[in-house]
Design a protein around this ligand. Structure first.
Ligand code: ADP
Ligand code: MG
Length: 702
């Protein structure tokens, strides 16, 4: 009998039985605030207790789960200062030895007489069966029959959850079971029935139940398959909706380009690369098509995206329209303002730059100029998409370093024009995104690749250096400066904090200025400086007045000072690969040889060291990005989490390439049949979408 649900997914966990304030706090540490969060707290793994094997029947190489009583525990030192913990557990049929290396702390959990369940692959050692580092669980006293927990812990596939202090495995199982029964999710179906049928999925309620408490492995697999599909389908639906809403709009159609871009390019000291030219042609075709452009331009750091953006802007400006260019940081916005401003001045194009720290009076004057159509190109940070910004002849919005903004903010700037048509949109990203992930996050955009660096670039030489050898590095830096070059020195933190012995930019800056580079100009740049001071420091570095720039990751995106040829990165282990790549991308921007030194002041775990070494030996952004993804998963590496996309709990948009494609086709087909999601099923789907993406779903309310 299906119970009437008492609770909705939004009900706070406190309303469940056995959750007091302390437990609620502990749950909140796991990010579990509501019943819905609990249901989405999927098990890390399962104990297969459907078939506990009598120990005596265990064979070498066999994967088993055994249940026994702790007979003895012992730990002893091994040869090289290690420690070996051995716990013998026995049942009626035999004895199994569970062993752990260097996990002495586990010892206190095992006491003779306790019941233990352990899973692993059987090995025979000196004739004795053993499990090395098995999954294990100490069974608590069996819950009384008739209580909520009864039967959840034995004789089935038993879920194993991520825990935090104050929360036990048994208790959490009981709680999730309670959430499942009291918020019976049968009314929460979010997939169209025809798709459920097509893929032979269980309904949503069953899937949620079965992912937590599957009767057997098959039920679990079916539940996982459905929930995984759901994650990818939802985001593909969003992309399909965006795509179709783009298509219903009319774009500004541009004529044959004039000679403005020719003038600009003619004045440059270099030729455009072939890749830049190709991408510009793709952009031009969009602008002349009559449909609004929605294009992502990807190119590795230093591939010359800024110039492509500027030329695209000129295409519309020379036809009497306006363009905006938005950057994620103040430093970058001001840099664009300065460098693009200079190029534009030379050809009679008027530009302005607006950031959060532009004084009010100046801001008003700029906005008046923009509204009057006197400003051709407006650059800046978020400040340029505020409500009071009116760009009456806007024809092109460009977003630089798009990955910093996130999925939700895309295209935020298409408002407030006086033309009847929507502006074209172009987003740029330095992060090479593997195809399946870009189908997931940017599935509504067309893609252009700048897959070539300007000629004459030399690969950067990257070296890992121990801190005791830092003098060599400083010497090399001084040599670069002696040749008229400039140097970045990067620190992971601004100020020293207790309990962390990381070098901090502020302290090191003083030391570098007085002891390491006396006689040179050393400046400090970090995120907590006032914007005006940041801008001043950047100016003095770009015009060569400052030779050594001590900085945090504020210089990570976009900063372009081609004369800088050396970078020292302290504690590189504190940065992810993608971030290191962005940092290093600040050098090697001219034709001179550039150097990057990674200063390590501590012993690094092998895995960490390998990551740093991988970075030192690879310069291709694509290879680094893939490795980063492999190591950290899409959530962290790609800002998927920050981006506002729902966390992928089961799906991995990188490895589930085929499924991404299936979901994409399904979503498009579904939308073709019901473009406004007005049907009964369509409304369900729309509701699920709004739950994930809120107002960013391009649908009328209702
Ligand atoms: P990114 O793609 O990382 O944004 P930028 O647009 O900042 O790269 O360009 C990096 C540097 O390369 C800049 O100093 C720019 O002037 C220069 N550059 C751009 N295009 C070319 C080209 N075709 N040939 C030589 N240098 C170029
Ligand atoms: Mg850039």
């Amino acid at each position: 009998m299906a119970m009437k649900p008492e609770f909705s997914l939004a009900t706070p966990v406190q309303f469940l039985k056995s959750v007091g304030p302390a437990r609620a706090r502990a749950l909140s540490r796991l990010g579990l605030e509501t019943v819905g969060d609990l249901l989405a707290h999927y098990p890390k793994r399962y104990f297969d207790r459907t078939s506990c094997l009598p120990i005596g029947q265990a064979r070498p190489g066999q994967e088993v789960t055994v249940l026994g009583e702790v007979l003895t525990c012992s730990d002893r030192r091994t040869g090289r200062g290690g420690n070996l913990l051995t716990v013998a557990i026995g049942d009626d049929s035999g004895v199994m030895f569970c062993v752990w290396f260097n996990q002495k702390f586990l010892l206190k959990q095992f006491r003779a007489g306790k019941k233990v369940m352990a899973s692993g692959v059987v090995q025979f050692h000196g004739g004795r069966p053993q499990l090395a580092h098995p999954d294990f669980e100490i069974l608590e006293a069996e819950p009384e029959s008739g209580t909520v927990e009864a039967g959840l812990n034995t004789g089935r596939m038993v879920p194993v959850y991520g825990l935090t202090s104050g929360i036990g495995q048994y208790w959490l199982r009981g709680l999730i079971d309670q959430a499942l029964t009291r918020a019976v999710p049968h009314h929460l179906e979010s997939l169209p029935p025809e798709l459920i049928r097509k893929h032979r999925f269980p309904d949503r309620g069953t899937a949620l139940h079965d992912i937590h408490f599957p009767a057997d492995r098959k039920a679990m697999d079916r539940a996982v398959a459905r929930l995984k599909y759901e994650e990818l389908f939802t985001i593909q639906m969003l992309m399909a909706l965006r795509r179709s809403s783009h298509r219903q709009e009319t774009g500004i159609r541009l004529d044959q380009p004039g000679d403005m871009t020719g003038k600009l390019v003619g004045g440059l000291p270099f030729d455009l690369t072939r890749a830049q030219r190709r991408v510009l042609n793709e952009i031009l075709a969009d602008l002349r098509s009559g449909d609004p452009m929605h294009r992502m331009v990807q190119g590795d750091v230093g591939s010359g995206k800024t110039l492509v953006a500027l030329i695209a802007a000129l295409f519309v400006i020379e036809q009497g329209y306006q363009a905006v260019l938005m950057a994620p940081t103040e430093v970058l916005a001001r840099q664009h303002g300065a460098s693009i401003g200079k190029l534009c001045d030379a050809i009679g194009v008027s530009t302005e730059t607006l950031t959060g720290s532009t004084p009010a009076a100046e801001r008003r004057a700029i906005l008046a100029g923009v509204a009057a159509g006197e400003v051709d190109l407006l650059m800046g940070t978020h400040a340029i998409i505020q409500d009071d910004v009116r760009v009456p002849r806007l024809a092109l919005s460009i977003i630089d370093e798009q990955h910093r903004f996130g999925v939700k903010q895309r295209g935020a700037s298409s408002s407030a024009t006086e033309t009847d048509h929507v502006a074209h949109l172009m987003v740029m990203s330095a992060t090479p995104i593997p195809r399946s992930l870009s189908l997931t996050l940017f599935g509504d955009l067309d893609l252009s690749l700048i897959d070539e660096l300007p000629a004459g670039r030399q690969p950067i030489r990257t070296e890992i250096v121990k801190e005791k050898d830092e003098d060599e590095v400083w010497k090399a830096c001084r040599q670069e400066v002696a040749q008229g070059r400039q140097v970045y020195v990067i620190y992971p933190i601004i100020e020293e904090t207790e309990g962390q012995d990381l070098k901090a930019a502020t302290v090191e800056w003083e030391r570098l200025q007085s002891e390491v580079f006396p006689g040179l100009k050393v400046a400090l740049l970090h995120g907590r400086l006032k914007s005006r001071d940041k801008a001043a420091v950047m100016d003095r570095f770009s015009n060569g007045e400052v030779q050594v720039l001590v900085a945090t990751t504020v210089v990570e995106v976009g900063v372009d000072v081609p004369n800088a040829t050396a970078m020292v990165i302290h504690n590189p282990e504190r940065f992810g690969l993608a971030q290191l790549h962005q940092l290093r991308g600040r050098i090697g921007r001219g034709t001179a040889q550039s150097y990057c030194w990674l200063l390590c002041d501590r012993f690094l775990a092998e895995e960490t060291y390998n990551r740093i070494r991988f970075f030192a030996s690879h310069s291709d952004g694509f290879a680094l990005a893939e490795e980063d993804l492999r190591l950290r998963g899409p959530g962290d590496a790609w800002g998927v989490r920050q981006s506002g996309a729902p966390g992928f709990r089961l799906a991995n948009p990188l490895t589930d390439v085929d499924l991404v494609q299936v979901c994409r086709d399904d979503a498009r087909q579904f939308l073709d049949a019901d473009p406004q999601l007005k049907s009964k099923v369509g409304r369900l789907v729309a509701k699920a979408l709004r739950e994930s993406f809120g107002r960013h779903v391009p649908l009328q309310a209702g």
